[in-house]
Write a protein of this length. Structure first.
Lengths: 60, 532, 399
């Protein structure tokens, strides 16, 4: 019984470890290659067009 | 001419030597992040994760998504990590930690400010009960007159900070749209672009609309004072938000203006009480006053560290934190105290270790004038490219006097004068206004105190208070044997001076006048002028 | 119209900052109090034994030295004054009183002080800087009283022995009022379809009252007033009547240029103009004269430096009322280049006068000396006059 619990716990720990490593690998890759800002940079022109199209009550 | 002893860094910098060549011109961002050695890269990565989590927590709230798609300036906040990289370029060890601690705290503060704006905004969250307890203030406003109010019950909304000031930090082109709008409606292009952009935001109807009342201030300059009139017109006439103009005397060193300034503070407090229904609490005020004094003591200690051969506080992130603490907080939030002490502890540790942040320290410079250094990584660059250590900048040289922080009947009257004094000696205007002595004499005293041989003088094209003393700076620097390096810029319009055009002024001065070669030639030209 | 008898005399006075009447007043043993802003209460500078001169730099050409000291980003009037001071053009002054009204003018005078441009042979010479009011409240009046006491009355008394008593102030106010009455009475002849004085002529006369010792121009102004009563107006009607509103204006050439384009300048609402600078000060016996003088200046002040919204809206209301009173067809909002306060005031004012009050508005910036940019300005004004005429035709009468 004890062994079984230990096995489950170990498996869980392993999964958590794999998840943590995967999280680290993915996020660190995004971080080091600046993928977050590159994606944002690609998105920015479309956003600008969106804001340009918004109706505004412009006056002084 | 005055000279200082050159200090060579005995320790080789961890990670890559030069952070200058990592821009991707096409994408207008860095091609990759800097490798700072394992320890510092992992630290930087952890801070990046933290920032992403702050932004993530913000954007999962539906009304914030709505606000994101309503307000053009929100686009800038997608570039917060880009801003973080700008403020930490080339940094290692304690300096990296100081920059991150300052910057992350400011970001959390600004994010909260945006969330608050959207919550009360009539177009987005429309939480009327919340909005009815909000007081709108200017971007360049000391909030001393809010020190005695319960911040959980009366919310101070520095509406222009997230809209204009902070958004411009992360995206250098973002304000251009508002400048164009303002000029389209007739405001000339030769006024300071900061209040002009704020007026442009108002004309473009791109401010959040919330609050039971607003308090405007004439701190900073003529342009700021005048831009308020345009903003107040819309606030009052279209949105029905009563607006109080808190007059702050300009000649703040003259004792005969203090009582007037104190009366204005009293009126502002009465105005807030009237419109929010909340009462001023002296216990709360004096508790905040204690925190103001604590921050002042920390600031004095920071300056002392920087006057040694091993300065630890430099760069825009720290300066930005200082501004936020002094002006936007004014002792109201206890969290700043913790950060103040953490920053000081980091600096003390760096000082003990004799930590240096460039290959050589060749010159010690005071950075004076109105700065665009939140938009450009100029101070870090100056250090790493040319070995010029920026010891203190004008906006961080603020009040060093203690205010009354014990609750006595006499101190309650003194408190109004203290608040008035802090208000009058607000960031920047404490040097740009109040007579030439605070602009000229204070600088030379600081050079002496900090053992500086050089002044990097930001010449903001539209700052008349500064440029009006151009010749006197030149003459007096010459008399004192101080090198004065003029760096022109246009606070938030990169069309006037690009980042490289700003740097080139330093490059030219250092090569032709100082006849020096750069510490890191790869940094002389960085292809970031088109970057966000 | 036949030329005014004394017009040439006044025009000549305006050609030099150090004009003949200043020399005469100095010979009379009077103390010359120079100042640079409309927010300084004039009567306090004209107490017995003293006379005021608002500094100008007529016929300004090169401003190279001042531009070195203040860069080319500051407004031309501030640089022109500094240049003139460096050249020694203001050596007649026994003191300079400067309010911190706008940054640029304040910096100009600070440069004058640092460069020791004046007072070399006068050990009693002094510079004083004043804080001025921001709003029209009693608290601001209190501030103004303190500032006038500390930065005008006390130094004048201590350095030059000027009598600054309540009685002396009342006497100075009475003389000031006499001048105001004369200027305003002359200005009344601008009303009606056939004005008996041109905007240019009026500006020359009015300007002289600021830059000359006022007690020495009274007789000529009185004669001019009498002359106007019987002066035959021009038969040919003006193409349009315009109200000129704006910043510091000591260049009569600008008014002349506007009138050469066919637009009669029927009223002047600018620094060095008669509104509000030549509005009489009403004194009562219930309160000390100094407080009342300060209150008058604060209540009547039309400077954009006044920041409360009552004043912000009030300034536009004031312009609209003047336009109505003087029958203006249109309004010209002018601003000296690089002037921050008027940059915003001109923008908001021209928008409000057009949108809220329905006046055609021309909004322009200009150099200090219009002679340097005649062509551009003439084109703008001509186009404005034509647009007013077209509006008149469309409406079948007034614009």
């Amino acid at each position: 019984m004890k062994k079984k619990v230990l096995n489950v716990l170990l498996k869980l720990l392993l999964k958590l470890l794999i998840a943590a490593v995967a999280f680290f690998v993915v996020t660190f890759t995004v971080y080091i290659f600046n993928l977050d800002m590159k994606a944002t940079s690609l998105l920015a022109p479309y956003l600008e067009k969106w804001y340009d199209k918004l109706p505004r009550k412009q006056y002084i | 001419m005055k000279t200082v002893e050159k200090i060579v860094n005995p320790v080789k910098r961890a990670g890559e030597e030069s952070p200058g060549k990592i821009y991707n011109e096409k994408l207008k961002v860095r091609g990759r992040r800097e490798w700072r050695g394992l320890k510092d890269t992992l630290y930087d990565y952890s801070r990046w994760l933290y920032l992403i989590s702050v932004l993530g927590r913000f954007i999962i709230v539906p009304r914030n998504v709505k606000g994101f798609f309503r307000y053009r300036w929100m686009m800038s906040y997608l570039f917060v990590p880009h801003g973080m990289d700008k403020f930490t370029i080339g940094l290692r060890d304690e300096a990296l930690r100081i920059a991150h601690t300052s910057f992350n705290f400011v970001i959390a503060d600004v994010t909260q400010a945006i969330a608050n704006c959207f919550r009360g905004d009539r177009r987005v969250g429309n939480d009327k009960a919340y909005s009815d307890k909000c007081v709108i203030t200017d971007e360049n406003s000391m909030v001393t007159f809010m020190m005695g109010f319960d911040k959980e019950k009366v919310h101070t909304i520095l509406r222009e900070v997230p809209t204009m000031f902070a958004s411009n930090i992360f995206h250098q082109f973002n304000v251009m749209h508002y400048l164009d709008i303002a000029q389209q409606y007739g405001i000339p292009g030769d006024v300071c672009p900061m209040p002009e952009a704020e007026a442009g935001i108002s004309i473009d109807d791109d401010f959040c609309v919330l609050g039971c009342c607003a308090v405007q201030n004439n701190t900073t300059c003529d342009g700021s004072l005048m831009g308020n009139g345009i903003i107040a017109k819309r606030l009052e006439r279209e949105y029905g938000i009563p607006t109080f103009q808190l007059a702050t005397p300009l000649r703040h060193k003259e004792p005969d203006v203090l009582e007037y300034a104190a009366r204005e503070i009293k009126k502002a407090i009465a105005f807030v009480e009237e419109h929010t229904g909340e009462k001023w609490d002296w216990d709360r005020y004096f508790a905040a006053a204690k925190r103001v004094n604590d921050a002042t003591r920390c600031r004095i200690a920071q300056l002392e560290i920087n006057s040694t051969p091993y300065p630890q506080f430099f760069g825009a992130a720290f300066s930005l934190y200082n501004d936020t603490n002094y002006m936007g907080n004014s002792g109201r939030d206890p969290q700043f105290v913790k950060i103040d002490h953490k920053l000081l502890a980091l600096a003390e540790q760096g000082y003990r270790e004799k930590r240096m942040y460039a290959k050589e320290y060749r010159h010690r410079a005071i950075v004076w004038g109105v700065q665009p250094q939140y938009i450009i990584d100029q101070l870090y660059w100056l250090l790493q490219c040319w070995g010029v250590m920026p010891l203190a900048d004008m906006l961080s040289i603020i009040n060093t006097d203690m205010i009354a922080d014990e609750d006595t009947p006499a101190n309650r009257e003194q408190a109004y004068r203290d608040m008035a004094m802090l208000n009058m000696e607000m960031i920047m205007r404490n040097h740009t206004h109040g007579g030439y002595k605070v602009l000229l004499d204070d600088l030379w005293e600081l050079c002496e105190k900090m053992n500086a041989d050089m002044v990097m003088m930001w010449e903001h094209m539209s700052c008349k208070a500064l440029t009006g003393m151009h010749g006197m700076f030149e003459e007096q620097a010459r008399e004192r044997g101080i090198h004065i390096m003029w760096v022109s810029h246009d606070l938030c319009d990169p069309r006037v001076f690009t980042r490289q055009a700003i740097r080139d002024q330093v490059n030219t001065y250092m090569r032709t006048v100082m006849r020096e070669e750069p510490l890191d030639p790869s940094l002389e030209v960085i292809p970031d002028s088109e970057a966000y | 119209m036949r030329d005014l008898k004394h017009l040439n005399y006044f025009e000549k006075l305006l050609q030099e900052a150090n004009n003949a009447l200043i020399t005469q007043a100095k010979k009379d043993g009077k103390v010359c109090v120079a100042y640079t802003c409309e927010n300084v209460p004039e009567p306090l500078l004209n107490l017995d034994g003293a006379f005021s001169v608002r500094l100008t730099a007529p016929n300004t050409g090169s401003m190279d030295i001042a531009t070195y000291y203040m860069t080319n980003l500051l407004c031309e009037p501030s640089r022109a004054l500094l240049e003139r001071a460096i050249e020694g053009g203001f050596n007649f002054a026994d003191c300079v009183i400067t309010p911190d009204g706008c940054t640029m003018m304040n910096r100009a005078v600070e440069n004058m002080e640092l460069l020791k441009t004046m007072g070399k042979d006068n050990p009693r010479f002094f510079h004083e800087y004043m804080e001025i009011a921001f709003k029209n409240t009693e608290s601001d009046v209190e501030l103004a009283v303190l500032q006038c006491t500390n930065h005008i009355l006390t130094p004048l008394h201590e350095k030059y022995g000027i009598d600054v008593s309540d009685e002396a102030i009342r006497k100075a106010v009475a003389e000031h009022n006499k001048l105001c009455r004369l200027v305003r009475a002359i200005g009344e002849f601008r009303k009606g379809d056939k004005p008996r004085i041109t905007g240019y002529e009026f500006h020359v006369l009015c300007l002289a009252t600021y830059v000359c010792p006022s007690y020495l121009v009274l007789d000529k102004l009185e004669e001019t007033l009498e002359e106007l009563k019987t002066r035959e107006p021009e038969e040919k009607p003006w193409r349009a009547r315009v109200l000129l509103v704006g910043s510091e204006m000591d260049d009569s050439g600008f008014v002349k240029l506007v009138e050469e384009c066919g637009a009669f300048v029927c009223c002047d609402r600018f620094c060095f103009g008669s509104y509000p600078g030549r509005v009489e000060i009403e004194l009562t016996d219930d309160e000390d004269a100094l407080t009342q003088v300060c209150r008058h200046y604060i209540q009547h002040c039309q400077c954009p430096r006044m920041m409360n919204q009552e004043k912000v809206y009030g300034r536009k209301q004031y312009v609209a009322e003047l336009a109505k009173e003087y029958g203006a067809d249109g309004i010209i909002y002018e601003q000296v280049k690089f002037c921050d306060p008027w940059a915003y005031e001109r923008t908001l004012g021209s928008a409000m006068l057009s949108n809220d009050y329905g006046y055609p508005v021309l909004s322009v910036d200009r150099p200090y000396n219009i002679a340097s940019s005649v062509g551009q300005m003439r084109t703008r004004v001509q186009a404005f006059v034509e647009s007013i005429e077209i509006k008149k035709i469309q409406k079948g009468g007034r614009a």
